[in-house]
Design a protein around this ligand. Structure first.
Ligand SMILES: Nc1ncnc2c1ncn2[C@@H]1O[C@H](COP(=O)(O)OP(=O)(O)OP(=O)(O)O)[C@@H](O)[C@H]1O
Ligand SMILES: [Mg+2]
Length: 262
């Protein structure tokens, strides 16, 4: 286990990636990328277009296999053959357009695959009231107000859908959330709500989060740590509190190359 100066409680990282390499034909998308994510971390994964951010997220979430390198979840080596396997292990990915069942209610989406039932063998009745109450409580616990959990998800805003996915994931014991450009499709007001929620879930509820965003100001508002990729290589990492926005922008554009391995 790596001892980190900024982690007061010595606990193993929730996620550790070690020496990850990935190429697509002649394009070397990732070159020897390694870092850890701890509880309490909102880790901003930054970099210019084509830097390798989404490729890395897709490797962690079981969409792609790395050419080389290892991934550890709670100190156990893992290798996912599909996104479903990664989700089952506790890794949730939220993209700009995340899959939810638009014509089903908030409650139905919250409980999908985990419905509460009553009944005799062969005849099952959904415990709709209990499911609604549990959904309301879970969303309230993370500080999200959804007008009615009976509402069809298709009628919710983009930010509310993200909140539903994160709330559901947290409620059912998810271990780490990967957010790839979660603000890109949101208006300014929605993006602000989403920022607050991510900060709350990461810092107060201690759900480890990797956040990809092109918006460096947003990253500075809510992230605790950062990693910068450039042409597939890690060119910077550290605590957000230790750096200035301009320095990180310079790492992203290639004006400076810093690698702080505290
Ligand atoms: N499935 C693929 N097939 C071929 N090349 C790919 C594939 N996925 C990514 N690449 C290439 O790998 C490199 C890294 O791409 P990636 O999508 O990871 O970048 P990114 O940092 O997420 O960029 P953006 O900020 O634009 O989303 C790019 O050169 C891209 O063209
Ligand atoms: Mg991307």
């Amino acid at each position: 286990m790596v001892e980190r100066k900024d982690v007061t409680v010595l606990e193993p990282p929730v996620l550790r990636i070690e020496h990850i390499w990935k190429s697509f034909g002649k394009v070397q998308a990732l070159k020897d990328v390694s870092f850890e994510v701890y509880k309490g971390d909102v880790l901003a994964l930054l970099g210019d277009n084509g830097a390798g951010k989404s490729t890395l997220i897709k490797i962690i979430s079981g969409n792609y296999r790395a050419d080389k390198g290892k991934i550890y979840l709670n100190n156990q080596p893992v290798s996912f053959g599909s996104p479903a396997e990664a989700r089952h292990a506790g890794i949730e990915t939220v993209y700009q357009q995340s899959p939810v069942c638009l014509n089903a209610s908030v409650t139905a989406n919250f409980f999908i695959g985990r419905e509460l039932c009553n009944g005799l063998p062969g005849i099952k009745f959904l415990k709709k009231r209990a499911m609604r109450q549990e959904t309301e409580k879970a969303m309230a616990d993370i500080g999200v107000h959804i007008p009615s959990v009976k509402e069809k998800v298709g009628l919710l805003s983009g930010g509310e859908r993200q909140a539903l996915i994160l709330g559901r994931f947290f409620h059912w014991g998810g271990k780490i959330a990967l957010l790839d450009e979660p603000f890109a499709a949101l208006g300014v007001g929605e993006a602000r709500k989403s920022l607050k929620l991510i900060q709350h879930m990461g810092q107060q509820m201690r759900l480890p989060i990797i956040l990809i965003t092109h918006n460096v100001e947003y990253a500075f508002e809510i992230a605790t740590r950062f990693v910068v990729l450039r042409h597939g290589e890690m060119v910077g990492e550290g605590k957000i509190a230790d750096v200035k926005v301009d320095d990180v922008v310079a790492m992203i554009t290639g004006a400076i190359h810093v690698r702080d391995t505290n």
